[in-house]
Design a protein around this ligand. Structure first.
Ligand code: ADP
Ligand code: MG
Length: 632
């Protein structure tokens, strides 16, 4: 880096502390900021919660003129603009939620140069009034947030994004164009560059790992009991529970209420007004828990979500990672727990099979159907694997990963290796002998020697394998079938009634059997009350594999500090109410935890806390010091 570069970074670091209160850049931020400030287009591909906004907000403050941020959702704009104004940066949003009068006034102020950063919906760009403004204004950058919306390959395609390059061409001077997304798919990343006509962009890809997230899959006998245990363990903290249908949302919502855990709910069956109200209750911490279908979440920047539970398995890992990724945006430890049940598979399958896909021809429809079936299978295998879940996810997205993260149930559960060679041989040969026409339950019934309507009707009771595994435990045999599928010996078809078939690997094993061992989870007696908690802190506390470097644990607060933390939270809530902003926009949890731990006594010491910038120090410093010094 040349001297010029160093100077720019020094300047950027100063702004980072002044406006946002942070001391160091996160991965990728410095590189992107430097490129933008050197006049280069950029494409930043970083996971949710990694801090993409700062990558354009800080350059916007350094560069002369105005930065336009194209953003797809009103809620996203609102959140960011509120946060910026709180931090002392002049920002505004222009979208359909403004009345014509408000809109005209905002444009008037914009023309006067009142705002450094203006958020705008893509559909606004080519309107007359906006173009008139833009042609006279000094626009130094157009930042395209959630830029995957430009690609038809993504789930969130938004035609308005296609107009961005037309708009840029109409400007008197071409500004720097920066684009940001968390999308993993290569195809989408290429699309963004082409569609937005980025000029030799600096592409920064930081990898998709979210180190602060703990991943867990459970196979509960009673999902509700597990759900309640998790929610109660997180009492007072923010969490999201995703369910696959409206009906389940209603049911769980009721169940939590009855169990004394008030929650908000969100699904497409509610009126717009109720949805908006419920979302606000959640964002403003009036209700800590949100029970929702996947209709909820896009545009939720709430940074202090401590856990995301999936009550049902989603249809693919893309959806899962996006939804689970709404936990822990503040970088603090957070949990992503999936409660898997065999019954989750069929509805996901139905959903895929019955998608209309009207605008496609037959070949396209089949190709897409096949892809979605394949994705569902990978999702199911995620639920079945006993190995490192993080490694599984990162591998799926084509990212590098070690095979042991130390912060997921795969790594932290205790297992014993058991020899399943005999069982696997019997399963595979029974599948083969019965001509690969039946599903797992029929095959296992036959192996157990059960004369059921089906085993008799299909004459499986005549097979040599009938009753061969009589002494094996059924649960263990089910695990063995899953094991064979995940390891690629068996293929479970994606039909409505899934059928077992031998893969090439399975046939090879039949010809030349070798020792097969499978991990069997050792279930501790203490599981119900606290094993999960203990497991979690084992993962976090040990900081295994460098997880959470620098992160402070809420759980680590000693009694007295905890009391202080609660008082700080109370003050934050009070301020949030006065200013009518969500609490996390005043200070996030991490900042309050730091205060409780380090107990700064002066303004200078308070400024050293991550998340306390000059501007917020001026506004709130005295009030927080009063609580910290016990003089409130
Ligand atoms: P993304 O858009 O990538 O999902 P955001 O820009 O919304 O993520 O940032 C997520 C959170 O991380 C915000 O609360 C933000 O203040 C915080 N953050 C961003 N950069 C830093 C940093 N360098 N140090 C500490 N926190 C940061
Ligand atoms: Mg963002």
């Amino acid at each position: 880096m040349g001297d010029g570069g160093k100077e720019l970074i020094r300047q950027a670091a100063e702004l980072l502390k002044k406006y946002f209160g942070y001391d160091t850049f996160r991965k990728g931020q410095e590189e992107l900021i430097l490129a933008i400030l050197s006049g280069q287009d950029v494409l930043g591909i970083m996971p949710t919660g990694s801090g993409k906004s700062l990558c354009y907000q800080i350059p916007a403050l350094v560069m002369p003129g105005i930065t336009l941020v194209v953003s797809p959702l009103i809620s996203l704009m609102k959140d960011q603009v509120t946060a910026l104004n709180q931090a002392g940066v002049h920002a505004a949003w222009l979208n359909s939620s403004l009345t014509p009068n408000q809109y005209a006034r905002a444009l008037f102020y914009a023309e006067q140069g009142r705002y450094k950063i203006i958020y705008v919906a893509p559909e606004r760009l080519l309107t007359d009034s906006f173009l008139r403004f833009a042609s006279r204004a000094d626009i130094s950058m157009v930042a395209v947030d959630e830029s995957h919306c430009a690609s038809q390959w993504g789930q969130d395609f938004r035609p308005g994004y296609l107009k961005i390059p037309d708009f840029i061409r109409l400007l008197p001077r071409r500004p720097v164009v920066s684009a940001f997304t968390a999308t993993a798919a290569r195809k989408v990343q290429e699309d963004i560059q082409v569609i937005l006509r980025l000029r030799q962009p600096k592409v920064v890809l930081t990898g998709f790992d979210r180190e602060n997230l703990y991943f867990e899959v459970r196979h509960p006998k009673k999902k509700k009991a597990d759900l309640l245990e998790i929610v109660e363990r997180h009492k007072g903290e923010s969490g999201i529970i995703y369910c696959s249908t409206r009906k389940t949302v209603e049911e769980i919502h009721q169940f939590l209420f009855a169990g004394g855990c008030p929650a908000a709910r969100y699904h497409a069956g509610l009126s717009d007004a109720e949805r908006a109200g419920n979302q606000e209750d959640f964002v403003y911490d009036r209700l800590p828990v949100m029970v929702a279908t996947n209709a909820f979440g896009m545009g939720i920047d709430k940074s202090n979500v401590r856990y995301v539970i999936h009550y049902n398995m989603p249809k693919d890992l893309e959806s899962y990672y996006q939804e689970a990724g709404r936990a822990g945006r503040d970088g603090e430890p957070a949990e992503c727990i999936l409660l898997y049940g065999k019954k989750d598979v069929a509805p996901a399958q139905m959903f895929i099979e019955s998608s209309p896909r009207e605008d496609l021809d037959d070949v396209q429809r089949l190709t897409i159907l096949e892809r979605e079936r394949e994705r569902l299978k990978k999702m199911q295998y995620y639920c079945l694997t006993k190995d490192c879940l993080r490694a599984y996810i990162l591998d799926y997205f084509g990212d590098q990963a070690s095979d042991h993260c130390g912060n997921c149930s795969g790594c932290l559960n205790e297992y014993e290796e058991i020899d399943v060679t005999e069982a696997c041989q019997a399963v595979l040969s029974c599948v083969w002998e019965s001509r690969q026409r039946y599903g797992a339950s029929v095959i296992l019934d036959a192996l157990k020697g059960r004369s059921t309507a089906k085993t008799v009707q299909y004459r499986l009771d005549h097979l040599p394998q009938f009753g061969a595994l009589e002494r094996w435990d059924m649960g263990l045999l089910e695990q063995a079938v899953n094991f064979l599928a995940v390891e690629g010996y068996l293929d479970i078809t994606t039909d409505r009634y899934p059928i077992l078939r031998l893969s090439r690997k399975g046939r090879e094993f039949m010809e030349e059997p070798c020792l097969l061992t499978m991990k069997k989870q050792i279930v501790k007696q203490t599981m119900k009350n606290g094993a999960a908690g203990g497991k979690r802190s084992a993962g976090f506390g040990a900081g295994a594999a460098g997880v959470n470097a620098g992160g402070v644990l809420l759980d680590d607060l000693a009694g007295e500090q905890n009391a202080l933390f609660l008082r700080l939270k109370e003050l934050r809530m009070q301020i949030a109410r006065e200013e009518q902003v969500p609490a996390y926009i005043v200070f996030n949890d991490k900042t309050l935890v730091q205060m409780a731990l380090r107990q700064p006594a002066t303004k200078a010491q308070l400024l050293e806390i991550s998340g306390v910038g000059t501007r917020k120090l001026e506004k709130y410093g005295d009030r927080f010091l009063e609580v910290l010094n016990g003089t409130d």
